[in-house]
Design a protein around this ligand. Structure first.
Ligand code: FAD
Ligand code: ZN
Length: 505
């Protein structure tokens, strides 16, 4: 809902939108190229003959060139990045994608592939005038095998729509995230999205069965199989997982959907300190075993701001830390017995100070809503610097107090995330974007992550915002191989330039 209304607001802007912007610095974020001081690469610029060609491939209504129509596609969800694209293309078929790419490759016209545009590292919007290739109309569900669980669909299917569809057949999608109402499954693959269920169903490399993708020169790569096991040479489909639109355009995919759990339990607990969050995690793993499907951590500041801004009510009073725990199982009696035993033990030990447990869908949703609203709630307080890092569990929360001390009272620093996967989100909110604050945060935060042997990006990707920091987590030899692959698959570098790979490798 939030995502849609933000886009609508921008869409409603009348003519002369750029004039309005000039007089109202609040209205739109600064252009990414100016904000981050980027130089345009040597690509061709769009000519009227190009527009005519695209209109001959797609129908007129799928070639957007009016600046008011194009504007929302130029801005990312965080309103941190703004590109200057003059055109959005909306293909409906793989053949159209192939024709577009083959033409752009010959003309050296750069492209920014775009899914649901919920990414938070600036990967889904252009930096300069790259053509936006929006995949939203490639949204057909092709087949579902309810015995094997193999779903085959087009890239632009919205995650929540797929989840509802497969639920009707007794299955669920193997991933779930707060942006599910807008993000595309193709966007999920391209970011290697993690989300709340990763602890139980694993990452997308495991769930992805097959892929169809188009290379920069328009060649269609057909790896669209739905077999669980297929060891015939290199696992090419995995090249596209997490490639953030830099190696090809994903057009179709096959994904494995697990069985819809017959019993779901969600607990929301208040805890005294972070140490206890870890102790409770250890206990939950050993007491609940295979039914544990999510273990999320939120600090008090995350919850307090979310309840205030989103006008939500917490089922329990304030505590320094909170845990949202979920189980997915096949036998309600069996699961309830396990959960109850775990709860009574940990209430006795004092690890859980207070809590609530829900099994009805409405109550479960209300609890998840608090957790999933945290990112949007931060946005209501001003400008958000969004960090998404992996750290050893013992050091998981360490950076939050460190940053609070470093930034003082002008910034709000919150920590929350998928603790079961060692993935913390640290959001730093200030009233307006400020380069000095950026300088205090970066590269400091990435240096600290590197010292702790963590990763500078756990699940959001590298995108436009982090290529200069990728070396903190990837060796030069690995970066060199990434560059070789990029050159092989996209020799003219037209696919999502300025993203993922730093220029100096
Ligand atoms: P976009 O943002 O449009 O694009 C992401 C990248 O994929 C870009 O590089 C784009 O060029 C590329 N791309 C998209 N489609 C294609 C295609 N068909 N072919 C080639 N390249 C393509 N992320 C998580 O991992 N876990 C979370 O829990 C999580 N929670 C979130 C909660 C909120 C409220 C929000 C706003 C975001 C959250 N995210 C999370 C980040 C984001 O939702 C994910 O990265 C998501 O996978 C992006 O999907 P999308 O369709 O919006 O892709
Ligand atoms: Zn996340």
């Amino acid at each position: 809902m939030m995502l849609k209304s933000a886009l609508l607001l921008v869409r409603c802007a009348k003519k002369h939108v750029w004039d309005q912007v000039r007089f109202s610095s609040q209205a739109l974020s600064q252009l990414s190229s100016e904000k981050y001081n980027v130089t345009r690469k040597d690509f061709a610029t769009l000519q009227s003959t190009d527009v005519n060609f695209f209109k001959s491939v797609l129908s007129d209504d799928r070639v957007l060139t009016d600046e008011n129509d194009v504007l929302p596609f130029n801005i990312d969800w965080l309103k941190n990045c703004r590109g200057q694209s003059k055109m959005v293309l909306k293909p409906k078929t793989t053949r159209e994608v192939s024709q577009i790419l083959s033409y752009c490759n010959k003309r050296r016209l750069a492209i920014c592939p775009q899914g649901g545009n919920t990414g938070v590292v600036g990967a889904s919007v252009p930096v300069f005038d790259e053509i936006i290739l929006n995949m939203g109309l490639m949204n057909k569900i092709i087949s579902l095998d309810d015995i094997s669980g193999a779903l085959v669909c087009e890239t632009g299917c919205i995650l929540e729509v797929l989840d509802k569809h497969v639920q009707e057949h007794g299955l669920i999608m193997p991933l779930d995230l707060g942006a599910k109402g807008s993000c595309h499954i193709g966007g999920n693959i391209n970011t290697n999205a993690g989300g709340q269920r990763l602890i139980r169903y694993g990452n997308l490399h495991g769930s992805l069965l097959g892929i169809e993708a188009v290379k920069a020169d328009g060649t269609v790569i057909d790896c669209l199989r739905s077999l669980k096991k297929d060891n015939t040479g290199y696992h090419l489909k995995h090249l596209f997982v997490g490639s953030e639109g830099t190696l090809g355009i994903v057009t179709k995919l096959a994904i494995h959907c697990p069985v819809l759990p017959k019993a779901v339990t969600v607990g929301f607990f208040g805890l005294e300190n972070f140490d206890n969050v870890l102790k409770l995690f250890k206990s939950a793993k050993s007491s609940l075993g295979e039914i544990l499907s999510a273990y999320e951590m939120m600090d008090n500041e995350s919850i307090r701001g979310t309840l205030r801004n989103m006008k939500l009510t917490s089922p329990i009073p304030e505590y320094p830390f909170y845990v949202l725990m979920e189980t997915h199982g096949s036998d309600a009696d069996h699961d309830t017995e396990k959960v109850n035993r775990f709860l009574s033990k940990e209430m006795d030990t004092g690890l859980i100070l207070n809590g609530t447990v829900a099994t009805e869908p409405g109550k479960i949703q209300a609890i998840w809503k608090i957790r999933e609203s945290i990112p949007a709630a931060c946005m209501m307080d001003g400008y958000v610097f969004c960090y998404d890092v992996s750290l050893p569990l013992a050091n998981y929360y360490q950076l939050v107090p460190m940053l609070r001390e470093r930034l003082g009272s002008n910034a709000s620093v919150i920590g929350f995330g998928h603790i079961g996967d060692g993935n913390i989100h640290i959001n730093v909110t200030i009233s307006d974007f400020d380069k000095e604050v950026l300088g205090v945060l970066e590269p400091f935060i990435f240096e600290e992550v590197s010292k702790l042997q963590g990763s500078v990006s756990a699940e959001h990707g590298i995108g436009f915002r982090k290529p200069q920091y990728i070396h903190y987590s990837k060796d030069r030899s690995a970066l060199g191989l990434m560059r070789d692959l990029k050159t092989l698959m996209d020799p003219n570098g037209i696919l999502n330039p300025y993203k993922v790979l730093p220029d100096d490798v």
